[in-house]
Design a protein around this ligand. Structure first.
Ligand code: ZN
Length: 132
């Protein structure tokens, strides 16, 4: 994936950050999920008073995409309002992403210019599968 495309996807993620619902942690996160036909689905973290019902931005983006028939993902950019940390996806999100596109790119950005682009298969080398 070219550098300009990566930066565009990061910008798309930042554009969704204002919608984060994170009153408990104050850790706002947003994602932009790029599908193989170029469609982008954005997600934000949605917290809940029960904590356990909280859903991460990555899974919100995947839910939006899959519920509209998209299952082939090229990359996801994940950003946070906390510009001091890299928002690596949690284990559950890595597993959910890998259900559909284990070789996709995961881009974690500390800010608009400082980011890492990692292969999901490197981040989750032994995903759970019913048959392996
Ligand atoms: Zn997660």
């Amino acid at each position: 994936m070219k550098k300009d495309a990566i930066k565009e996807l990061i910008a798309e993620a930042y554009s969704a950050l204002k919608f984060s619902y994170s009153p408990y942690s104050n850790y706002a996160v947003a994602s932009a999920l790029l599908t193989s036909d170029g469609t982008i689905f954005k997600g934000i973290n949605i917290e809940n008073a029960t904590y356990g019902a909280t859903i991460c931005s990555e899974r919100v983006a995947v839910s939006k995409a899959v519920s509209e028939g998209y299952k082939d993902f090229v990359a996801i950019a994940v950003v946070t309002a906390d510009k001091e940390s890299m928002p690596y996806p949690c284990g559950i999100c890595r597993q959910v992403l890998s259900e559909f596109s284990p070789n996709m790119l995961v881009i974690v950005a500390k800010n608009e210019t400082l980011y890492k682009a990692l292969k999901l298969s490197d981040m989750l080398p032994y995903k759970f599968e019913l048959k392996n």
